[in-house]
Design a protein around this ligand. Structure first.
Ligand SMILES: Nc1ncnc2c1ncn2[C@@H]1O[C@H](COP(=O)(O)OP(=O)(O)OP(=O)(O)O)[C@@H](O)[C@H]1O
Ligand SMILES: [Mg+2]
Length: 590
């Protein structure tokens, strides 16, 4: 090759190299651009997938004026929008959950087979179950068998109906095994395509039911108490006349008169009737209790003579009385009633015979004693135990035996008032009762009565042994019931007193104004027309404070007694005999 040719060929090849280099650069640039675009497309795709799976955090990170950049921007906008909608939805969901969880009502859904689907989050604190524990289980598993039929009918009725019907009450099993009373309504979501066939809203009405039943019980007892108290009141007036006239006749008859025996029978029968009205009054809490220091041993020894007659020959009576027994402050007649009611129950529990035990003991309940409770505060007690070897008490009914009218005896044999009376009296004294019994192994009733520290009781001479005391004072006798007034007048005159009679409070004030001489005592009934005994006493306290007042009543609730009885007044429970009246009058006059 010639140098010229060589020299001429050089610019040509330089040009070619230039083109080649340019093409190479273009190729590299193209490859780079395609690669970058592929990476951006890949990133956009993975961001889109992430959004689709629900992770809306961050953006695609792709920018640029090209189509990919514009697309990425649109996808980012969509994700942002979704983020805000999802956030709002989640907030709303939380709000509904909060409503359901903190509401007291339980919401359940049932499918067409009456299986539970959804259960609201309030379920655990209303019925103990977690929603998972009840899900897919038939509703019937939780319903009380006695309510199952009514619930089934209500469910079917709810599906037929549109809207809410009347609520239905039924018992639902709590996870702890107890029954809770629910009141529920069901609603059928007609257009709903899901398996939810019925939406049930239920409310726990157990506390309301308990309160209602307590209120009903209290109202029943109040009405019955009023009725019983009213009957006892009238009865006591009649008994005062019967006992009174019998005692006046006995007084007139000679000691060997053959009619004495008949009169004694009348007197005894009226005493039994009086004991019965005392029972009614104690039960209706309308008895004025007259507490005094009582030695329970002496009281039981007095009763012991009567007990064998009461319980029959097949029952052996064993008494174990603590000789060092302390004293209690209680109304002895009420204590007698407690013992007699327990003894009669023991007898009834031993139709085939057995052993009746009456025990007394001193017992101290210490601070750390397991028996100590608000019902049995620590302190010294006198414990009376009446036990038997009879049928025993079924544990199922032990909680009910103190309820008024609870009896397992056939109609006519028991009223179910015995133990409720015992309970009322023991509570009034501030005591406590415990029952220890097993079926077939008898029952022990242990009664704790607070000890009256430092008191002693001497056995009193029998009052009937002494003749009734006499007097010559003037007494104003106020009583609306004529038979009682006439009897009391006779009885008082017989003992030497001068008696002014009045039919009610207003009448009494007139008699007082008319009477020129002194009046030493006013004996007045409590419940009277025109002006009650309490009102009369208040008027007298202003006008003649020196005159003592002796109230008598066959019925007196604590309030009347409390309002009426002042410092210079005393109380006489009807019925009373001429002897008791004479002693009481002398006691008040001094
Ligand atoms: N000692 C006992 N042994 C077995 N069961 C008893 C005993 N004491 C009471 N009960 C049961 O408690 C129930 C209620 O007793 P409560 O004395 O209140 O009424 P009652 O004896 O049936 O009737 P009432 O005393 O009015 O005549 C009884 O019916 C009986 O079932
Ligand atoms: Mg009884």
């Amino acid at each position: 090759m010639s140098p010229v040719a060589i020299a001429a060929g050089a610019p040509e090849s330089g040009y070619t190299y230039g083109i080649l280099a340019f093409l190479l650069v273009c190729l590299v640039a193209w490859i780079y651009r395609e690669r970058t675009r592929a990476i951006r497309a890949e990133r956009l795709l993975s961001a889109t997938r992430r959004f689709a799976l629900g992770d809306l955090t961050g953006g695609s990170g792709i920018r640029g004026p090209d189509e990919l950049g514009v697309l990425a921007d649109a996808v980012d906008q969509m994700a942002k929008q979704l983020r805000s909608v999802t956030g709002a939805l989640r907030g709303r969901q939380e709000w509904f959950r909060m409503l359901l969880e903190h509401g007291s009502d339980v919401i359940l859904t049932l499918d067409a087979q009456w299986q539970i689907g959804f259960a609201g989050p309030s379920l655990p604190h209303v019925l103990g179950w977690t929603p998972d524990q009840v899900a897919r289980r038939p509703l019937a598993e939780f319903i009380h068998p006695n309510d199952a039929e009514a619930v089934q009918a209500a469910l079917e009725g709810a599906v037929m109906r549109s809207g809410f019907g009347e609520p239905i009450a039924f018992r639902f099993r709590h996870s702890d095994g107890s029954w809770r009373s629910l009141e529920a309504v069901g609603n059928h979501p007609r257009d709903w395509p899901g398996p939810e066939h019925l939406i049930v809203t239920a409310r726990d009405i157990t506390p309301r039911e308990r309160l209602e039943s307590q209120l009903r019980q209290a109202q029943k007892m109040e009405a019955l108490g009023r009725f019983a108290g009213g009957v006892a009141h009238d009865f006591n007036n009649l008994l005062t006349a019967i006992q009174g006239y019998a005692s006046l006749l006995l007084f007139d008859l000679g000691p060997i008169d053959p009619r004495r025996e008949d009169l004694e029978e009348i007197r005894k029968a009226s005493e039994r009737a009086a004991a019965l009205t005392r029972q009614i009054l104690a039960f209706s809490h309308r008895q004025v209790s007259e507490p005094e220091p009582v030695d329970l041993n002496l009281l039981i020894e007095d009763l012991e003579r009567m007990i064998p007659r009461l319980i029959g020959e097949d029952v052996a009576v064993v008494t174990a009385l603590d000789p060092g027994l302390g004293v209690v402050n209680a109304d002895p007649r009420q204590l007698e009633q407690v013992i007699m009611n327990l003894v009669v129950n023991a007898r009834d529990a031993m139709p085939e015979g057995g052993r009746l035990t009456i025990e007394t003991a001193n017992e101290a309940v210490a601070e750390d004693d397991p028996r100590a409770s608000p019902d049995l505060p620590p302190g010294p007690y006198i414990v009376l135990t009446v036990g038997d070897t009879g049928t025993g008490i079924d544990p199922e009914i032990q909680a009910n035996i103190f309820d008024p009218f609870f009896t397992t005896k056939e109609p006519g044999r028991g009223t179910g008032l015995g133990l409720s009376t015992v309970y009322g009296i023991v509570k009034q004294i501030g005591g406590h009762i415990e029952v220890d019994s097993e079926l077939g192994r008898g029952a022990d009733f242990r009664i704790y009565l607070p000890e009256l520290p430092g008191a002693r009781v001497e056995r009193a001479a029998r009052p009937a042994a002494l003749p009734a005391p006499r007097g010559s004072e003037t007494i104003l006798l106020v009583e609306d019931e004529e038979s009682v007034r006439v009897f009391a007048n006779k009885a008082l005159e017989k003992q030497g007193y001068t008696v002014l009679e009045a039919r009610h409070g207003r009448d009494a004030l007139m008699r007082l104004a008319e009477h020129a001489g002194p009046v030493h005592l006013v004996i007045t009934d409590m419940v009277m027309p025109e002006m009650s005994g309490g009102e009369l006493a208040r008027r007298l306290a202003g006008e003649r404070p020196e005159v003592p007042v002796l109230f008598m009543s066959g019925y007196s609730d604590g309030e009347i007694a409390h309002r009426g009885l002042g410092a210079t007044s005393a109380y006489l429970q009807k019925p009373f005999t001429s002897d008791v009246l004479a002693r009481k009058v002398r006691e008040v006059l001094g």
